[in-house]
Design a protein around this ligand. Sequence first.
Ligand code: SAH
Ligand code: SF4
Ligand code: F3S
Length: 472
Amino acid sequence: MAKKLFIRTYGCQMNVYDSARMADVLAPLGYGPTDDPADADMVILNTCHIREKASEKTFSEIGRLRLEQARRQAEGDDMIIAVAGCVAQAEGEEIMRRMPEIDIVLGPQTYHRLPEMVARATRARDQRRGANSLRKHKGAGVLDTEFPAESKFDHLPQASEAPGISAFLAIQEGCDKFCTFCVVPYTRGAEFSRPVAQVVAEAKRLAALGARELTLLGQNVNAYHGEGPDGSSWNLARLCRHLAEKVPEILRLRYTTSHPRDMDDDLIAAHGDLPALMPFLHLPVQSGSDRILSEMNRQHTADDYRRLIDKLKTARPDIALSSDFIIGFPGETEAEFEATMKLIEDVTFAQSFSFNYSPRPGTPAAIMAAQVPQDVMNARLKRAQALLEQQLVAFNRATLGLTVPVLLEKRGRDQGQLVGKSPYLQAVHVDAPDHLIGRVADVTITDLGHFTLGGRLAAGPAAEVQPERAIA
Ligand code: SAH
Ligand code: SF4
Ligand code: F3S
């Protein structure tokens, strides 16, 4: 009988990608997706450890699942609970100890071994049932948070489901930079780049399944240095050019997340002359204060960042930026916070993510003296977010009346309406026929919502649908 799998995903796009891959790995075992945990034979929580709040969500969700599991067991039924992702990697043993009902704990680098883990968990459960043990339920106790020598990417099956018009493709994973606030180098491990041929093969498969836009993923995606077909090491710019040439069905390329230190001249040049590369870049700066940037071990200054933006704008004048900011890093003074505000004013961002600093166990910044009091952080965050919000609204307002190329992705809520994305990842609603899904259409922006724009197809049959590269 078909078994049902429910996956709840927290955290970054890499986790979204990983969840889809876990579903692929389990599909040959007969697991198909369900969106109701109460209906599932197996539940996977794919967790995020980046800030305290993100981790806490895991534990409250596990609590709810254990109740559900107990209810099912009382009915003579069962449910396997697995905890995956970055919290599992960082706190796997602790989770097993504190919550013995959990069957499987696995890290981000071992999910290709899920079939084996599920087999062990199922065996343990059958034995228990055979022994007719109705004592306090205990999980199967399968823990796999190794960083294996083999790459999971060499062991993943092909995608089991169509990825949609816009798809993620992991090309790089892990991080060697060790910013002092960040858990990622500990949860994802050392930097690793997939070989070019493997990336191209996956891109072709995704295109064949209908994808027209790829977002290349990596914790440090522009540090990409995969082995090229010629045996030499290729950088991200070369990979993007190669993908645009070899997989022409892919109309749009994006990549995330980048580090300012790895934004090399090749990549900047590619933004200038590779039409498939979208003019929108997420380039986290974290702070505008050189002292704080140094304490964070970012290894660049605020002016290095400003210069980078100038170079990018010279190469691609219509490029827009998004960024991440950490407010209240240990020791941040009022003047240092003002330096962040100044940088935001100077650069201007189309979109951004800003958070209060959250001490993460095991990272150097967590034990720095002079942690900033919560109320001070809150007040600064509020100011930063108000300015960033103003910039977002102004950026969206500036598109009013413009005609922009929109990649149409799916039907909208209203009859006859499609939803797509502008080059700047703005959602755009437009009345358009279904056959335009998966194509780029010129849309004149007529309405501004807070999160979405509205528009109409630009007039004229020639302008109605054009390939992206002709427009850019
Ligand atoms: N590799 C990316 C960021 C990955 S983490 C880079 O180098 O920029 C995503 C974002 O989470 C970071 O950019 C940072 O702004 C935020 N973040 C990471 N650790 C944090 C912490 N301890 N407290 C608050 N925000 C944090
Ligand atoms: Fe974390 Fe820094 Fe690595 Fe980004 S570069 S993942 S912030 S350690
Ligand atoms: Fe979170 Fe891990 Fe991504 S900590 S942000 S899920 S890399």
